[in-house]
Design a protein around this ligand. Structure first.
Ligand code: ASN
Length: 308
């Protein structure tokens, strides 16, 4: 089969949609940067290749590249670099390109790409509540800036400034009421963003911290967009002690050899922290009320497609 050239697809993009997508992208990135800079955060440059990256909680291909005999992975998220940055700084963020070679099943979701950017931040010595407040303030500020800059008619009709703090729902309560597929159902029903908190250990990566008073439940959270737009943010407090990281790697059935560098750092002392990441393209999609994330991104890495 002869593949259509990705160039042809590019020349036929819907100009209006990619203009709006790129405009909103410009506004929200600037807005979120200013918000965090005002709070005293330092922006760190993204890491693109490294010996360690996020294991993620769902299977994605994990290609490595060899450079002078050393093995490097492509960044799936900067989680470990965020934790390491706090060895030297107190609060950091990065606009971090992530490569996730997602399986074909995720092609039709409208909100997955094989390459995207997340604004990933981390704060030393603070807890979940602290970073949730930052997320809410930063989102509100970005929405305000978009509403001031663009015509209402080009935006998601349901977009507005939402009441803060956002509602919090415990993961197990959500499952009890809505079943396993709670996220989709609750997102479709909601008119305001809401948090899912206290996610069970096996549903998350090993680095989110287990609660002291509730075994098997984590001090973490997801933010869900209303009107069916699904997950916006994931984050939490982190495991930072050597023994606990080791235990958590084992509980998740992962190989400690793959995280030898993280464990070495933990022996030297990684500070306690909390943080989260917000997907930029998903935020743009929500603001514009676009059906597919690929509609509003200039060079969307669509899953399973030969694209630029
Ligand atoms: N950025 C997320 C966090 O801070 C992790 C991820 O993207 N998987 O928890």
């Amino acid at each position: 089969m002869i593949e259509a050239s990705p160039i042809e697809g590019f020349f036929h993009r819907d100009k209006e949609k990619i203009y709006l997508g790129t405009k909103v992208n410009t506004i929200i990135r600037g807005s979120m940067k200013r918000y965090l800079d005002r709070l005293g955060f330092l922006e760190i440059n993204p890491v693109i290749i490294s010996p360690i990256s996020d294991p993620l909680n769902h299977p994605v291909d994990d290609p490595t590249l060899s450079y002078y005999g050393y093995r490097y992975r492509l960044t799936k998220s900067m989680i470990f670099h965020k934790q390491l940055a706090l060895v030297h700084f107190d609060k950091i963020y990065s606009f971090s390109p992530n490569i996730r070679l997602e399986p074909l099943e995720r092609r039709g979701t409208g909100r997955h790409l094989a390459e995207f950017t997340q604004l990933d931040l981390e704060v030393k010595g603070k807890g979940r509540e602290f970073v949730m407040k930052i997320a809410e303030g930063m989102i509100d500020d970005a929405i305000e800036n978009v509403l001031n800059a663009l015509d209402r008619g080009s935006l998601n009709p349901g977009l507005r400034r939402y009441k803060r703090p956002f509602r919090k729902v415990r993961y197990l309560d959500a499952v009890e009421e809505y079943g396993k597929n709670f996220e989709t159902k609750m997102s479709q029903e909601a008119e305001e963003p809401f948090w899912i908190i206290d996610i069970p250990l096996m549903e998350r990566e090993f680095y989110d911290r287990e609660k002291d008073d509730e075994e098997g439940v984590l001090m973490d959270m997801d933010l869900i967009y209303p009107l069916g737009y699904g997950e916006a943010i994931s984050g939490g407090e982190r495991e930072y002690k050597y023994e606990r990281i080791l235990q958590r790697i084992a509980k998740k059935g992962q190989r400690k050899e793959d995280y030898a560098l993280l464990l070495e750092a933990a022996r030297l002392g990684i500070p306690p922290s909390a943080g989260f990441g917000i997907g930029i393209e998903r935020f743009v999609r929500f603001i514009l009320g676009a059906e597919r994330i690929s509609d509003v991104v200039l060079f969307p890495k669509e899953i399973g497609k030969f694209v630029l």
